[in-house]
Design a protein around this ligand. Structure first.
Ligand SMILES: Cc1cc2nc3c(=O)[nH]c(=O)nc-3n(C[C@H](O)[C@H](O)[C@H](O)COP(=O)(O)OP(=O)(O)OC[C@H]3O[C@@H](n4cnc5c(N)ncnc54)[C@H](O)[C@@H]3O)c2cc1C
Length: 557
């Protein structure tokens, strides 16, 4: 028996053994002839949802020695066990060599080649591979991915999430000299402030007489100045207390704003500061080197891509990056009741004859003449991170809202009212609070504990714990840098509503003005850490505070 024949026989035996493990080999072994010239095309059109495979085994010009060219492909294999195999020997020469890439089923490279070379069995082999992959893919339990993700960028600071906190963090990082990228899943910026149809930024100052100190300044105040310049600050202040002239830079406790102007204000400032921007991109996980976050993995219409960073700022609101990096977090159930979700909406055509708040907040400025009112729509409970619960929430609240507005229109004098707009998604108030190096407690908030590493101040009420009136006498509380540092994980700084605190201070600091102030702190910290090549937890806090003060942040009450 010649060497070629022996190889063929062995290959066929191995392949047959491998195929026999498969309960339902999808393709019969073709009788390709003793020496294997030929063209083979194998296809598994019936594999459907379970991993269709298209396979081509081909030997278009094999000549006497049975060269073979084979392509096996499983285009729909998805995350794990996708099989893409190429066996190829386009110009084989004497021995019919070939190569194969990435067979992830029970047929290894050698078997694949043995099968392909000179026998025309490549198609059957690949079909079998696809079927086996599909078999594994549909096993109950987990689906193990094997991915190679292209690295498409590298930055000193990457901010994940373009809400109020993330936008300010990115501005602060760039202002502090870091090459900064801001990543956002939506097509626009502003987070819950714009996507959630908010109308007022709460918490720029405390309400304690006589001075009612402005506790949020610096870059957040610059952002409000840009909103003013765009005509995006509305006259509405639903909180009856001392008046301040926002247009003169004297920021009141609550600033009514136009969401569309807010989106543009963010874009303008980011462009001016040189922040790179990536929209339409979900951060699906961190890139890890041990316990250090070294970048993020994003999914978008461009596919799955990796972006390296010296320091990542988690501004996703939900602490997605930190949680997926393995940082421990506090669930809402553990302390007090979870704050519920609400679908915000706008009605238009509210006639002038209807006075008062009309169950919401009247939109001021140029919208006022159209009788627009933002209202709190139907609420929903449960976990704001559970996609099934979120789906139920959207279906039920949207249906209910539609019916509510139709019922409203039937009331005499309300016929002109219509549902003008609903939020991009239901507003999720509370999810993860990441466990940090320090947890700000309710008592810290109540007693206004002073921290040597203060980076921001929150002077907003904690409604469920102490009501709103309490805070008319409260100066606010300090947020220490340590509450921005997740336990166990390096290379990562927290910002916004996922910072490390108990639920009572969370209710205060989650408001958008304090979230922006924290963003200022986290952005400066990330830039300093990246530039000085130190871990965020080892940062010189005095240097950080000095930088913040130089950017006009307020750190003292
Ligand atoms: C119904 C409701 C009413 C509220 N009313 C007010 C109010 O009147 N005034 C007030 O000041 N505050 C209000 N709040 C609170 C406030 O809106 C939020 O707490 C605040 O927006 C938090 O800011 P943030 O930047 O931390 O997070 P968010 O505003 O949630 O921003 C997070 C951003 O990250 C993006 N993102 C999330 N995950 C990913 C990911 N994996 N990859 C990429 N991008 C991601 C999001 O799209 C979003 O843009 C309200 C909240 C709700 C739900």
């Amino acid at each position: 028996m010649s060497r070629r024949q022996r190889e063929h026989e062995e290959g066929q035996a191995k392949l047959t053994k491998s195929l026999s493990k498969n309960p339902s080999p999808p393709a019969p072994l073709p009788a390709s002839g003793a020496r294997g010239e030929g063209v083979a095309i194998g296809r598994d059109p019936a594999s459907g949802a379970r991993g269709e495979g298209v396979a081509i085994g081909r030997d278009p010009a094999s000549g006497a020695r049975g060269e073979s060219f084979a392509i096996g492909r499983d285009p729909a294999s998805g995350v794990r066990g996708e099989s893409f195999a190429i066996g190829r020997d386009p110009a084989s020469g004497a021995r019919g060599e070939g190569f194969s890439v990435g067979s992830k089923c029970g047929i290894d490279r050698r078997q694949f080649l043995d099968a392909a070379i000179g026998t025309g069995l490549a198609a059957a082999a690949v079909s079998a591979c696809a079927a086996e992959t599909a078999e594994k893919a549909t096993q109950p339990g987990t689906y193990r991915e094997t991915l190679e993700t292209p690295l498409v960028g590298r930055h000193q600071v990457v901010v994940a999430g373009g809400g109020p906190s993330g936008v300010i963090a990115a501005l602060a990082a760039a202002r502090s000299g870091a090459d900064t990228l801001l990543i956002e899943r939506y097509a626009f910026l502003g987070g819950n402030g714009t996507a959630g149809l908010m109308t007022c930024y709460n918490g720029f100052r405390n309400q304690r007489p006589p001075e009612a100190l402005q506790t949020v300044k610096g870059i957040p105040a610059e952002y409000i100045a840009e909103l003013v310049r765009l005509g995006g600050v509305t006259d509405v202040d639903p909180y009856p207390h001392a008046k301040h002239d926002v247009r003169a830079g004297d920021l009141p406790y609550c600033i009514g704003f136009d969401a569309e102007a807010a989106k543009i204000a963010a874009l303008n400032l980011l462009a001016k500061e040189g922040v790179k921007l990536r929209l339409h991109s979900w951060v699906v996980g961190p890139m890890m080197d041990g316990v250090r976050v070294v970048g993020v993995v994003v999914e978008s219409k461009s596919g799955r891509q990796a972006i390296a960073a010296d320091v990542v700022v988690d501004a996703t609101g939900d602490g997605d990056v930190a949680a997926r990096a393995g940082a421990p977090f506090m669930g809402p159930a553990s302390q007090g009741d979870r704050m519920g979700m609400s679908l915000m909406y706008q009605v238009g055509g509210v006639p002038a004859s209807i006075e008062g708040t009309f169950g919401g907040i009247r939109i001021g400025g140029h919208h006022a003449e159209h009788g627009r009112v933002v209202r709190w729509g139907p609420g929903f409970g449960g976990d704001g991170l559970d996609v099934e619960n979120l789906t139920r929430a959207e279906v039920e609240t949207r249906r209910k809202l539609w019916e509510d507005v139709q019922a409203l229109r039937k009331k005499p004098g309300h016929e002109s009212i219509y549902l003008a707009l609903t939020a991009t998604g239901i507003g999720v108030r509370e999810t993860r609070r990441i466990l940090g190096e320090y947890v700000v407690t309710e008592q810290d908030a109540i007693r206004s504990t002073r921290f040597p590493d203060v980076v921001a101040i929150s002077s907003n009420p904690m409604p469920s714990y102490h009501g709103t009136r309490f805070f008319f006498e409260h100066e606010g509380f300090e947020i220490p840098y340590r509450s921005l540092l997740p336990k166990k994980i390096d290379g990562l700084v927290l910002t916004g509503r996922c910072i490390s605190c108990e639920q009572a201070p969370f209710q205060s600091a989650r408001s958008m003005a304090p979230a922006m102030a924290v963003g200022h702190g986290s952005g400066c910290a990330a830039a300093l850490a990246a530039k000085e090549r130190v871990e965020p937890r080892n940062l010189n806090v005095q240097a950080l505070q000095k930088l913040l003060v130089s950017q006009k942040a307020e750190l003292r009450m």
